[in-house]
Design a protein around this ligand. Structure first.
Ligand code: BG6
Length: 477
C-alpha cells in the first residue's frame, strides 16, 4: 500500500443536515422550521431571498423537507452502511425545533432530545464520531413570525438557551461542534441563513448585517458555554468557502476579488480573530450602515473564538470589473460568479475546480492558523439506477478523487486538516433547489423530485471506492 499523507486519526466520513434528511417534520413534538416552508419549484428561490407569503405550508405545493429521506425512522439502517464504509465521523445537525418547538419554550421537548440521544448512541456504537452543527439553515417558524428572526436581539438569548441545553444533554457523546452552518449564506440567501423576511422598502443590507452581528454574538456565547461545559470538546465556525479569482491581473479586478472574499471572511475574522476587521468598519461607513452593539459584545467576541475552521468547498469563484465579462455569470450558483473559461461545470452550473480546493485550504490556514475541518465537498449530479439496482457514478469518483488528492497536497503544503466529511454520503434533498435529483451520495435513495419512490437504499459504484479511500487513509484514490 502506498504511504498516506493524511494524519493517523483523520476524520473521514460524510455530512448531512437535519432538514435535508430527517423528514418527520412534525413528529415527536417538533415545531415548524423555516425550511418546512420551502417548496420545490419557482417559489423556492423567491422565499430563500426573503420574500415569504405565508407562515404555513401552502396547499398544492410540494415541500421536500416534510419527509426528506425519512432518516428520522431509518437512521439505524443508514448508519450501518456508513459504518460498513468505515466512517470515522458523521456530521449531522440538530433541528432547533425538535428541542424547542417554538424556539423559546419554557422547557425542552423530551422526545426531541431522546431522538438525538438515540442517534448519537447508534453512531458511537459503531465507533463513528458525531460532529454536530447547532444551526443548519433552520429557524423555528414561531421565532420568525413573532420576533422577525435574527434581526431581533432576543434570538441571541433563545439560541444560547438552546445551545446550553444540548451541551448539557450530549456532553458525554459529542466532542465536535459547530455553531452556524455556512454563516456567510445570510448575505446571499437571507431566509435560509437567518430566517429573514423583508418588508417592502426596507434596507436589506442594514438588516442582514445587524442579524449577522446577532449570530456572531450568539456564536461566541455558544463557544463560551461549550468550553465551560465540555472542556474536552472542540467547537468551530463554518464558512461556505471557495476562493474568488480575479478575471484578469488588472489591479481593479484583483481588488474586486479581494473584496468578494472579504465579504465571506468578515464572519470568520470575527469568529476566529475575535474582532470586527477594519475593512468591515469601512464598508459599514461607506454604505451608511449602523450596527447596534450592546455593552460587552466586543469583549465577548474577543474572549470566545473558535477552535477550528470548518468549511464547505464545492467551487471556486471568479469576478471582474468589466461589465461585459460580468454579464457572463455561471448558472445555478448561489454565489455570484463569472464563468471561468479554464474550468468545467457540473450539471447545475457549479464550477469544478480541484486545485481551487488546495488554494482555498492554504488561504484559510494562512489567514487563521487554526486547524481546518472540511465539512462539505462533493458533486451534485443526476444518477441512473439500473434495472438491476446499480448506479455507475464514475463522474462522482472522478470529482472526489481529484479533490481529495488536492487536499493531500494542501496537507503537504503544511495546512493542518483534521477531517473530511463529504456532503450527502446518502442522497438527500438539495438545499438550493429542493430536488432529490441532485444527488451527492455513495448510497442511492429511491425517491424522485415529486416525492415518489420506495425510499429503498442502493449502493452506488462510489460506495466501494470511498470505502477503500478510508481504509487506506487516503493513500488509494
Ligand atoms: C451547502 C449546504 O450550501 O451546500 C448544504 O450547507 C447543501 O445544506 C450543500 O445541501 C449543497 O448544495 P445543494 O443546493 O446542491 O444541496
Amino acid at each position: 500500500m502506498s504511504k498516506s499523507t493524511f494524519p493517523e486519526n483523520f476524520l473521514w466520513g460524510g455530512a448531512i443536515a437535519a432538514n435535508q434528511a430527517e423528514g418527520a417534520y412534525l413528529e415527536g413534538g417538533k415545531g415548524l422550521t423555516t425550511v418546512d416552508l420551502l417548496p420545490t419549484g419557482p417559489k423556492r428561490f423567491e422565499i430563500m431571498l426573503g420574500n415569504l407569503e405565508s407562515f404555513t405550508p401552502i396547499e398544492g405545493e410540494f415541500y421536500p423537507s416534510h419527509e426528506a429521506i425519512d432518516f428520522y425512522h431509518r437512521f439505524k439502517e443508514d448508519i450501518a452502511l456508513f459504518a460498513d464504509m468505515g466512517f470515522k465521523a458523521l456530521r449531522v445537525s440538530i433541528a432547533w425545533a425538535r428541542i424547542f418547538p417554538n424556539g423559546n419554550d419554557e422547557k425542552p421537548n423530551e422526545a426531541g432530545l431522546k431522538f438525538y440521544d438515540d442517534l448519537f448512541d447508534e453512531l458511537l456504537k459503531h465507533g463513528i464520531e458525531p460532529v454536530v452543527t447547532i444551526a443548519h439553515f433552520d429557524v423555528p417558524v414561531h421565532l420568525v413570525k413573532e420576533y422577525g428572526s435574527w434581526r431581533n436581539r432576543e434570538l441571541v438569548t433563545f439560541f444560547e438557551t438552546y445551545a446550553k441545553t444540548i451541551f448539557k444533554r450530549y456532553k458525554n457523546k459529542v466532542k465536535y461542534w459547530m455553531t452556524f452552518n455556512e454563516i456567510n449564506m445570510l448575505l446571499h440567501l437571507p431566509f435560509v441563513g437567518a430566517g429573514l423576511v423583508f418588508k417592502e422598502g426596507e434596507n436589506k443590507k442594514q438588516i442582514q448585517y445587524q442579524a449577522a452581528h446577532h449570530q456572531l454574538v450568539a456564536s461566541a456565547l455558544a463557544v463560551k458555554a461549550c468550553h465551560e461545559m465540555i472542556p474536552d470538546a472542540k467547537i468551530g465556525c463554518m464558512l461556505a468557502a471557495g476562493m474568488t479569482y480575479p478575471y484578469t491581473c488588472h489591479p481593479d479586478d484583483v481588488f474586486d476579488a479581494m473584496e468578494r472574499d472579504r465579504e465571506s471572511f468578515f464572519f470568520i475574522d470575527v469568529q476566529s480573530r475575535g474582532e470586527y476587521p477594519g475593512y468591515a468598519k469601512r464598508f459599514f461607513e461607506d454604505h451608511g450602515l449602523t450596527i447596534e452593539m450592546e455593552q460587552g459584545d466586543e469583549e465577548l467576541l474577543k474572549a470566545n473564538t473558535v477552535d477550528y475552521i470548518g468549511f464547505s468547498y464545492y467551487a471556486s469563484r471568479a469576478t471582474s470589473t468589466d461589465p461585459e465579462v460580468l454579464s457572463k455569470q455561471t448558472a445555478g450558483n448561489v454565489f455570484a460568479s463569472v464563468e471561468n473559461p479554464y474550468l468545467e461545470k457540473s450539471e447545475w452550473g457549479w464550477t469544478i475546480d480541484p486545485k481551487g480546493f488546495r488554494i482555498t485550504a492554504n488561504q484559510l490556514y494562512d489567514r487563521y492558523q487554526k486547524p481546518l475541518f472540511v465539512v462539505e465537498n462533493g458533486l451534485g449530479a443526476v444518477d441512473e439506477l439500473s434495472a438491476t439496482g446499480e448506479v455507475d457514478d464514475e463522474y462522482r469518483i472522478d470529482y472526489l478523487k481529484k479533490h481529495i488528492a488536492e487536499m493531500g497536497e494542501a496537507i503537504k503544503d503544511g495546512v493542518e486538516i483534521i477531517g473530511y466529511t463529504s456532503w450527502g454520503p446518502i442522497d438527500i434533498v438539495s438545499a438550493s433547489s429542493g430536488e432529490m435529483k441532485k444527488r451527492y451520495g455513495y448510497i442511492y435513495v429511491d425517491k424522485d423530485n415529486n416525492g415518489n419512490g420506495t425510499l429503498k437504499r442502493y449502493k452506488k459504484k462510489s460506495y466501494d471506492w470511498y470505502k477503500k479511500v478510508i481504509e487506506s487513509n487516503g493513500a488509494e484514490l
